[in-house]
Design a protein around this ligand. Structure first.
Ligand code: DLL
Length: 428
């Protein structure tokens, strides 16, 4: 059962709709945004040439740097009078990316969020505790509007204030919780400290996103809270949360709401479009955004696409879970490795808790990598034994040898109560 018919429409119908919308988006961007007019002119592309999605690869890419260079509103395609809301996404460096929505855009966002929640199994009449941060971050208000649109009840707890968060979960019988994966773990620990068993509550699902997580991390969350955990993806530059989500029926990749966002996967080095199934950088083009159209936006997120029909009946393409970003890549003495690969290997050992940090230093022009992990409360061996197992797993699976692996007591590594978790500390 789908929320909107378009989710299971024949692919030809979807493609025709995408083509029509792409042509409109490009024409709108060309006409109303100097940046896009110059970029298309420079690439020698006449917007009239873009007749359908088969032409998309003629278009130039847009990057995070373009967003920063055009700060604050150089990419807006409408007058300020028509902007109903602003959000911003702050990266680790530089200026925030300012994003804008017209009334129509907010309507699209509500619709894709309602669809996402429905795909994740939330139904009208249910209650969703929304622990994504409210404010400039798109998570809080994006979920909030979507829950209301679906006809469910939203409890806007926002991020942090963990004691109250747990009281609400216990007293208001929420069916679903929406928050980052790291905050799920934080809540689980805080509940345990208060001798509260979240597994006994009616809570049946958590909708986690905004930061990468691996399968072993998801399993920890599901076990600790007694829920199923569904992955939701999105980014401010495109709309916020609600670009794609796992369906509860199959939980096998995230359905991209392709009638609003056109996905491609490209080789991060060459920019060449990669065939279905190959892993590369996700590039998204908005198909209906008015205030801030984005053309071939390089997300930096690594994934692959599959057009195979899903067991749930939805025809929308699925993207793989995003476990890394192109700019996360670590090079340890010549070996390329993503932090998520380290997480996967280390958590898979079973005795390691899902809290770790990676520190990078430069010493005498050589890179030095130190990994710190917590052992599980139930672990009965010695830290040295566990360290040896971690070192040999990293060597065998990833062919890397960190300079130091330290095993510390549960609770020693700093937790993230608000915002996105930080696990890699680059001191170079
Ligand atoms: O994080 C929007 C969001 C809010 C998504 C709540 C899901 C839930 P930004 O702050 O602009 O927007 O950050 C976007 O976060 O490019 C990814 O690198 C990362 N990200 C978002 N969702 C996921 C996910 C929101 N499910 C950036 N898995 C994106 C992995 C994710 N990474």
């Amino acid at each position: 059962m789908v929320y909107s018919d378009i989710e299971s429409a024949p692919r030809e119908e979807l493609r025709a709709l995408q083509s029509e919308r792409l042509a409109e988006t490009v024409a709108n961007a060309y006409e109303n945004v100097d940046f896009y007019r110059e970029a298309l002119d420079e690439a020698g592309v006449d917007p009239d040439e873009i007749e359908g999605v088969e032409d998309v690869s003629k278009l130039p890419f847009t990057t995070k740097t373009d967003f920063r260079d055009e700060y604050p509103d150089g990419l807006f395609a409408v007058d300020h009078d028509d902007v109903r809301r602003i959000h911003a996404s702050s990266g680790t460096t530089g200026k925030p990316k300012i994003v804008a929505y017209t009334d129509e855009d907010l309507g699209v966002w509500r619709e894709v969020m309602a669809r996402s929640l429905h795909a994740a199994g939330v139904r009208p009449g249910e209650t969703v505790q929304n622990a994504y941060g409210y404010g400039l971050f798109t998570g809080g208000l994006g979920f909030h509007d979507g829950v209301e649109e679906l006809g469910a009840t939203v409890i806007p707890t926002g991020g942090g204030n963990t004691a109250r968060q747990l009281d609400m979960l216990r007293d208001l019988d929420s069916d679903a919780l929406a928050c980052t994966p790291s905050y799920c773990l934080y809540l689980a620990e805080a509940a345990e400290d208060r001798m509260m068993d979240v597994r006994k509550l009616p809570l049946s699902r958590v909708i986690i996103g905004a930061e990468p997580f691996t399968d072993p991390m998801r399993e920890e969350i599901e076990r600790a809270l007694g829920v199923s955990a569904l992955d939701v993806y999105g980014l401010s530059e495109i709309i916020g949360p609600g670009v794609s989500i796992e369906c509860e029926e199959a939980q096998d990749g995230l359905h991209v709401w392709e009638d609003h966002f056109y996905p491609e996967v490209v080789d991060p080095e060459t920019g060449e479009v990669l065939p279905e199934g190959e892993s590369g950088e996700l590039v998204l083009t908005t198909l209906t955004k008015e205030a801030l159209p984005a053309i071939r936006y390089r997300t930096g997120d690594i994934t692959s696409l599959t057009y195979e029909r899903c067991a749930c009946g939805r025809t929308a393409v699925r993207m793989d879970n995003v476990t890394g970003r192109t700019d996360d890549l670590l090079i340890v003495r010549g070996v390329n490795v993503y932090p998520s690969q380290i997480e996967d290997v280390v958590l898979d050992l079973g005795d390691v808790a899902p809290h770790y940090r990676i520190d990078l230093y430069r010493e005498d022009s050589l890179d030095r990598m130190e990994i710190t992990v917590e052992h599980h409360e139930a672990f009965r061996g010695t830290p040295d034994q566990l360290r040896d197992r971690i070192e040999s797993a990293l060597r065998d699976v990833l062919e890397i040898e960190p300079d130091a692996v330290e095993v510390v007591e549960p609770g020693s590594i700093e937790r993230t109560e608000v915002g996105k978790v930080k696990r890699v500390y680059d001191h170079r």
